[in-house]
Design a protein around this ligand. Structure first.
Ligand code: NAD
Ligand code: UDP
Length: 324
């Protein structure tokens, strides 16, 4: 274990942020979780409240923040299409103004700063799998643009602060990640399918279900984050972190039905606009610079995620019964 650091995690009450806070506390650091609870919840971090090294602050990163820290992980931003499209102007502001505010904070405190970027910077890719050198195929005026272009602009800001102000930056491009504490209603495919299967409701396949995604289990991703943050200053990224195992959406649905023993049937729904046809990370750089590769296979990760949602649904039912 290295020296204790004061670490700020924006979006710390979200799915990934809560796992990151947990991991940083376990390593003995002082963690400040900042979140406006747009998609995150206090419940995601409630189990950490007893730890005197943990602090939570309700704050919107589109406004400046004055705190003293050694490292910043900037994760604040809704990540699921239904949430980021709910208020698209706020989504772009969160990525762009949020990045400016956090980079300003890093400049003043000389903190090392990490940006949670996304495979969405590649848009609907015409290169497969996607290496970091691929510049992407993003529709700048479509319904996903508020997220994709916001994240692209945040990367621009990170690299300009690096060139202009010599900040220490670390940019990771995250591919679809899943696991416990995903929001049950945020419309992402893994949570949707598991919740539908556990309730024996129809599994909603958008389009033909032939589009592909590569799914990384959250623990693998967080390990990649920590390794990247701890690299020497010459490593800035962007670095892809994701699981190169590629599955069609139909295959995912069938796997979830098998693992839950569900009676659910598949139903086809319209494909959303600009839905990427295929996505798979090229993780050559992560292997080379971080010695990182995913270790948790889809079946194993799905089992853990199913157990989480199963308990959550039972708990909610119990709460609903008490309420009645
Ligand atoms: P999430 O929605 O669970 O977490 C995002 C958190 O940011 C939430 O707690 C939310 O309340 C908070 N937030 C949103 N706007 C804010 C604001 N203006 N000020 C302060 N807090 C704000 O999503 P997640 O999956 O945990 O994603 C975390 C980060 O990782 C995001 O930046 C996302 O773009 C990125 N990412 C995630 C994935 C994935 O598959 N999960 C893939 C690519 C990129
Ligand atoms: N999808 C689906 N049914 C659902 C939710 C999503 O078929 O109930 C599809 C969606 O169209 C996309 C893929 O699953 O092709 C992944 O969607 P998600 O929203 O999880 O992430 P993203 O599109 O951002 O990768």
């Amino acid at each position: 274990m290295g020296p204790r650091k004061r670490i700020l995690v924006t979006g710390g009450a979200g799915f990934l942020g809560s796992h990151l806070c947990e991991r940083l506390l376990a390593e003995g650091h002082d963690v400040l979780c900042v979140d406006n609870y747009f998609t995150g919840t206090k419940a995601n971090v409630a189990h950490l409240f007893d730890n005197p090294m943990f602090e939570v602050m309700r704050h919107d990163v589109t406004f400046p923040l004055y705190v003293e820290v050694d490292e910043i992980y900037n994760l604040a931003c809704p990540a699921s299409p239904i949430h980021y499209q709910h208020d698209p102007v706020q989504t772009t502001k969160t990525s762009v103004h949020g990045a400016i505010n956090m980079l300003g904070l890093a400049k003043r405190t000389r903190a090392k700063i990490f940006q949670a970027s996304t495979s969405e910077v590649y848009g609907d890719p015409d290169v497969h799998p996607q290496p970091e050198s691929y510049r992407g195929n993003v529709n700048p005026i479509g319904p996903r643009a508020c997220y994709d272009e916001g994240k692209r602009c945040a990367e621009t800001l990170f690299f300009d602060y690096w060139r202009q102000h010599k900040l220490r930056i670390k940019v990771v491009r995250i591919f679809n990640t899943y696991g416990p504490r995903m929001h049950p209603n945020d419309g992402r495919v893994v949570s949707n399918f598991i919740v539908q299967a556990l309730k024996n409701e129809p599994i909603t396949i958008y389009g033909e279900g032939t589009q592909t995604r590569s799914f990384c289990y959250v623990d693998d991703l967080i390990e990649g984050f920590i390794r990247l943050m701890n690299t020497g200053d010459e490593i800035t990224g962007p670095i892809n972190i994701g699981n190169p195992g590629e599955f069609t959406i139909r295959q995912l649905a069938e796997k979830v039905i098998e693992l839950t023993g569900s009676r659910s049937k598949l139903v086809k729904m319209p494909l959303p606009a600009d839905d990427p046809l295929q996505r798979k990370p090229d993780i050559t750089l992560a292997k080379k610079h971080l010695g990182w590769a995913p270790t948790i296979a889809l079946d194993e990760g799905l089992k853990k995620t199913i157990a989480y949602f199963d308990a959550l649904l039972k708990e909610n039912k119990a709460v609903a019964r008490v309420g009645r």
